[in-house]
Design a protein around this ligand. Sequence first.
Ligand SMILES: C[S@@+](CC[C@H](N)C(=O)[O-])C[C@H]1O[C@@H](n2cnc3c(N)ncnc32)[C@H](O)[C@@H]1O
Length: 249
Amino acid sequence: MVTLGGVEQTRTLTPRTAVIWAVLRAELDRRAGERLSVLDVGGGTGGFAVPLAEAGHRVTVVDASPDALAALTRRAAEAGVADRVRATQGDADALTGLVEPASVDLVLCHSVLEVVDAPEPVIAALAGALRPGGAASVLVAARAAAVLGRAMNGQLDAAAALAADPHGTAGGRDTLRRRYDAEGADALLTAAGLAVEEIHGVRVLADLLPAAVADGQPAALLDLEYALAAKPPYRDLAAQLHLFARRPA
Ligand SMILES: C[S@@+](CC[C@H](N)C(=O)[O-])C[C@H]1O[C@@H](n2cnc3c(N)ncnc32)[C@H](O)[C@@H]1O
């Protein structure tokens, strides 16, 4: 279960989402009683946007995909929060034309920087959308886990290419355009004027375990994910890195 601002959400936490919700919950608790303006860049079908709207916040999702936005709109209607969710088709690096500058309390950008043409203008745009003191939740694919994953699958050439490539891709057939380590992701956000407050690993163990273990002991796995998420070297072996940053007040 997720509890947001005192509102219990009927969603089961998984290793994909639990650590991120823990970080977001702390920010929502810090601002308890406020109705926040939230922007979800590349928010897709609303896996984060709809629970945030259910907790009473106003959420704008900007996404390039009309299909994803249609699914988001249906999901918001089914959850009874259509009036608090705005779906806007648009490009992540053109946010300045879609969102008023310095108008947002919390911006999410999850699993998007790996696929856009260039991440720098996207981060600059989302930093510009934040009010001073507002917070950014950024989730990126991690390079080290991708190298290990390829190697463990016997794809040693792809592992070597990924380890050597400056952007952390495995070449032409790779579905992602870049991957990060903690320092690189931190530097990207810092260069846009954001102060990085926390970095967590997401799915430190979940992708490494046999399905029988992960499915058979879900509570123990979540406890371990929470315990390891903030601690190098475990953090740096996670499939994804979650950065929580703030626009200085
Ligand atoms: C992997 S999905 C992540 C969805 C969601 N943020 C999540 O974590 O579940 C990537 C999303 O980014 C959107 N996207 C990709 N490139 C984009 C761009 N240049 N501008 C806006 N959205 C984009 C896709 O349509 C898709 O919905």
